[in-house]
Design a protein around this ligand. Structure first.
Ligand SMILES: Nc1ncnc2c1ncn2[C@@H]1O[C@H](COP(=O)(O)OP(=O)(O)OP(=O)(O)O)[C@@H](O)[C@H]1O
Ligand SMILES: [Mg+2]
Ligand SMILES: [Mg+2]
Length: 576
């Protein structure tokens, strides 16, 4: 990539009037867009609003997962960082400071564009969007209004029990994030935290191709999964690294689209879907109130308490941003070879992973979704290096099933594990215990090798499932590189059963060395009437005796083996 000095054609430089005349038509006025509208979807009635078609387009702002901000040397911050600790003079708009484009941000945006099959422009440029607000020290935001980084593209979304819907991408542009202002109503002051100011954002604009709140939700979730898989953004809506503006309009099927209202800054998929639902009902009520009623074009907010949208400003009050090319930044040129290098480092994309997980491992749709949605916290490095060795949930699961690196005592590589057993341990036990510890997958210290060994110990009946859960809890609380078997032995969690040789035969192998033996005898002595019932032929009562032994063994006994031993003892004694 090469940042060249900006070369404006003469007619753009001569007069600003001419420049506007040439450049403005790139953005069609709304009425014209409406006239050119060609519906890509076939109308399907929704029982919630019969006789109305809903049209939704989403503008997503995704924070770029880069160490440095878009135009300064300052480190990007985390929402928990102390205020104003990640600020360079440029972020604070000190006079005389100049922007310097961070190539990593551009690479990550290109990575996103490649994943979304967007057409990366060999030349793009930066513009200033002016407005005056306390969270914007320079009085303008640097964005790509006229010549964005990438145009076009598609994101396929999949709703349960329906065919995939291709949502077209209109454009992807680079821009700066703003600072954060917090108003304190008690002393009527605003505090400004510049940590976020200047962080790189990708604005990903969809075409108006979604037709229901559910499709909008699926679009954001799919986009989130793509951004996480390729490592270009955390995509974390709660922490604000992914924010959506949703445009909603309704119309009668076959007629032109209605006027859109834009609901700003939605920070959860749930709220976004609720905001759309409320907005559809509000517009429907408005349009059916009288034959002359129209929906005014507005920018609206969403009240998280009432679950209603409210008016922020009308189109007439829309600020004039006085866009102008940023004179301090040159034209951004992206070479085809740079795009190809980035394309070659792209990992498997979520829709390919989904198909592979289902077809190769035969695991359920639900388990696939859990694996895909788990936040891997993976920091992608370029030029072929996957950084941390691919600790993402899917890669972890692949290694867990393959048993990579696990060598048997006889020196041979272990054969793969049962995917259904592995996914159960990973999604239910590991993720469950991490959640109980208030941690996410990226905090996980247990390697896939260790979890694999734990699973092998259970399938080999060396420890019971109950003990394995205890052991897992211990391993998460006290991470260790020790063999899992050694830890299980140290904690006396190995199963109470005879050695494997004596285990192979049934009741005939019961010996005094069998550690289950005394426990079973004790249970038989403690429950004489149950023993009599078993002898009389009521085998169901065996459960109670087995339960007694299990309790005495504190989960270390294998229930199946206990049943064998108890039954052998009772029937054996009965014969004597
Ligand atoms: N009739 C419509 N109903 C619903 N959404 C629409 C309709 N027409 C366009 N949209 C969507 O509105 C969004 C417009 O976003 P875009 O960034 O192009 O412009 P903007 O909202 O005017 O500008 P800004 O970036 O300043 O908010 C797109 O996602 C588009 O798909
Ligand atoms: Mg926009
Ligand atoms: Mg908008």
């Amino acid at each position: 990539m090469h940042v060249a000095p900006r070369l404006f054609p003469d007619f753009l430089l001569n007069t600003s009037r001419y420049m506007l005349a040439v450049v403005r038509p790139c953005r069609l006025p709304f009425s014209l867009t409406t006239r050119l509208f060609h519906d890509v979807r076939v109308y399907k009635e929704d029982k919630r609003w019969p006789g109305w078609q809903v049209i939704i387009g989403i503008e997503t702002h995704a924070q770029i997962k880069s160490r440095l901000k878009l135009f300064s040397e300052s480190l990007t911050s985390h929402p928990d960082d102390p205020p104003n600790t990640h600020v360079s003079p440029f972020d604070a708009a000190f006079p005389g400071t100049l922007p310097k484009l961070n190539p990593k941000c551009v690479d990550l945006a290109i990575r996103t564009a490649v994943a979304l099959q967007s057409d990366i422009q060999p030349r793009s440029s930066f513009d200033r969007k002016h407005y005056f607000y306390s969270d914007l020290p320079s009085g303008y935001q640097i964005t790509q209004q006229y010549a964005p980084l990438a145009l076009g593209g598609v994101l396929n979304i999949q709703l349960p029990d329906s065919s995939p819907v291709p949502v077209r991408i209109k454009q992807i542009q680079l821009e700066q994030d703003t600072a954060k202002s917090t108003f304190n109503p008690r002393n009527l002051t605003s505090s400004i935290d510049l940590n976020r100011a200047g962080t790189g954002l990708m604005e990903i604009v969809s075409e108006p191709d979604m037709r229901s709140p559910e499709e909008a939700g699926a679009y954001v979730r799919t986009l989130q999964a793509v951004l996480r898989a390729i490592g270009s953004s955390d995509g974390n809506m709660e922490q604000g690294s992914l924010r959506c503006d949703v445009n909603v309009s309704i119309n009668r099927p076959g007629e032109l689209p209605g006027t859109r209202c834009e609901i700003k800054n939605l920070n959860s998929v749930r709220f976004m879907m609720a905001a759309i639902t409320h907005e559809i009902k509000r517009q429907q009520a408005l349009l059916t109130s009288s034959s002359l009623a129209t929906v005014p074009q507005e920018t609206r907010g969403f009240d998280e308490h009432t679950f209603e949208t409210f008016r922020l400003r009308s189109k007439e009050d829309a600020p004039d941003y006085r866009y102008m090319p940023d004179p301090n930044l040159g034209e951004l040129r992206v070479s085809q070879s740079r795009i190809e290098t980035i394309r070659s480092t792209l990992p498997e994309l979520p829709w390919h992973t989904r198909t592979r997980l289902k077809s190769t491992y035969g695991i359920s749709e639900r388990d696939v979704e859990v694996l895909l949605s788990v936040d891997s916290g993976r920091e992608v490095q370029f030029d072929g290096d996957e950084g941390d060795g691919g600790r993402g949930a899917v890669a972890y699961f692949d290694r867990l099933v393959a048993g990579n690196g696990q060598i048997n005592e006889d020196g041979k590589k272990k054969k793969g594990r049962d995917p259904k057993v592995a996914v159960n341990w990973m999604t239910h036990e590991l993720l469950g215990q991490l959640a109980a510890r208030n941690e996410s997958f990226k905090d996980n210290t247990l390697t896939s090798g260790q979890l694999g060994e734990l699973i092998d110990l259970v399938t080999g009946r060396i420890i019971t499932g109950t003990s394995a859960k205890l052991l897992l809890r211990h391993l998460l609380a006290k991470p260790s590189s020790e063999r899992v078997l050694k830890i299980a032995e140290d904690l006396q969690l190995t199963a109470l059963s005879p050695s494997s040789s004596s285990c192979s035969s049934s009741s005939s192998s019961q010996t005094a060395e069998d550690p289950l033996f005394p426990l079973c005898k004790e249970a038989i002595a403690a429950l004489p009437s149950e023993v009599a019932a078993v002898r009389a032929g009521n085998k169901n009562v065996l459960h109670k005796i087995v339960g007694h032994v299990m309790k005495g063994s504190r989960g270390r006994a294998d229930a199946k083996r206990v049943r064998e031993v108890v039954e052998g003892l009772i029937m054996g004694e009965g014969k004597q």
